[in-house]
Design a protein around this ligand. Structure first.
Ligand code: FE2
Length: 289
């Protein structure tokens, strides 16, 4: 009796299926590496007749959700920011990661950013999770680097004879503080506003209008692009604060007279990974019509 089992050769159909599957797996791995290491630069022009002449052509780089990435990635990111030759760098929250808090990385990153251009920073949810001593060190590092922290504050930015105002809020409730501080300032130019959470965009744009500003330009992050995106669309799977199929994932959004430039961010929170959703920095050039 012959007990040897004879192996059946794979059918042509099975071979095609296996090769296709292997090809898809390889493509997915390449895409995962790409989305979790490459840094895209998204450029926008903000055209508004109320931009004062001295601010015409001013270039702003918005960096969000760095999450203490560190290492050689930090050098690549800094080089990318430097290549844009910005007049200001806006750091729009979650520069640190509360799960892997490395304040030495935050210190080094802020110092390198401040060497490129004046930096202003608002807090994200990860900064808010720091304990008191960590937050003290965070703030001290920012102060020593010359980075201005806007914790529900409104400050003037002056160039030549012209001034525009920049707000930075820690939560949506911070709009009340901005409103109080805005009572005595001139509101002829658009208000620039750093706010980590894009889901507050419509409410805050109403607040800016109620304050008497002709318009507002928001810079936000937090959504991480929706983490898993359908290529060539703005459809993402999930975002903190917005849940499944979030409305705001990345790019340009409008509400009334206001606009929001939402960055997909340039780091990952904790152990999360992106798919078809590479890191990015946003570059905005202010233009008088
Ligand atoms: Fe966040």
């Amino acid at each position: 009796m012959n007990s040897e089992k004879t192996k059946k050769p794979l059918s042509r159909r099975s071979k095609v299926l296996l090769i296709s599957l292997a090809f898809i797996i390889v493509l997915c791995i390449i895409e995962l590496v790409w989305s979790n290491s490459f840094i895209e630069v998204e450029c926008f022009d903000y055209k508004n007749e109320n931009i004062p002449k001295s601010f015409d052509g001013v270039k702003i780089v918005s960096v969000t959700d760095y999450h203490n990435h560190g290492g050689s990635y930090e050098d690549r990111l800094i080089e990318k920011i430097k290549e844009q030759d910005p007049d200001y760098i806006f750091l729009v929250g979650d520069i640190i990661d509360s799960q892997f808090t490395k304040l030495d990385v935050q210190k080094s990153f802020l110092e390198k950013c401040a060497d490129i251009a004046p930096c202003c920073l608002c807090f994200g949810n990860h900064e808010l999770r720091l304990d008191d001593s960590q937050l003290d060190e965070y703030n001290k590092n920012a102060e020593n680097a010359g980075v201005t922290i806007l914790d529900n504050e409104l400050i003037p930015l002056t160039r030549g004879d012209d001034t525009i105002f920049l707000a930075g809020t820690t939560s949506a409730g911070g709009a009340q503080d901005i409103s109080t501080q805005a009572e005595t300032v001139q509101k002829s130019a658009p208000l620039l506003w750093l706010h980590h959470y894009p889901e507050n965009f419509e409410d805050l744009s109403n607040d800016a209008e109620n304050m008497g500003f002709p318009s507002a330009l928001f810079f936000s992050g937090h959504a991480h692009g929706g983490l898993v995106r359908i290529p060539f669309t703005r459809i993402g799977a999930v975002a903190p604060g917005q849940g499944i199929l979030p409305e705001y994932t990345g790019g340009e959004y409008f509400s009334g007279e206001s606009e929001m430039l939402l960055s997909r961010g340039c780091g990952n929170s904790g152990m999360t990974l992106r798919f078809f959703d590479p890191f990015e920095i946003v570059v905005c050039t202010l233009k008088t019509n």
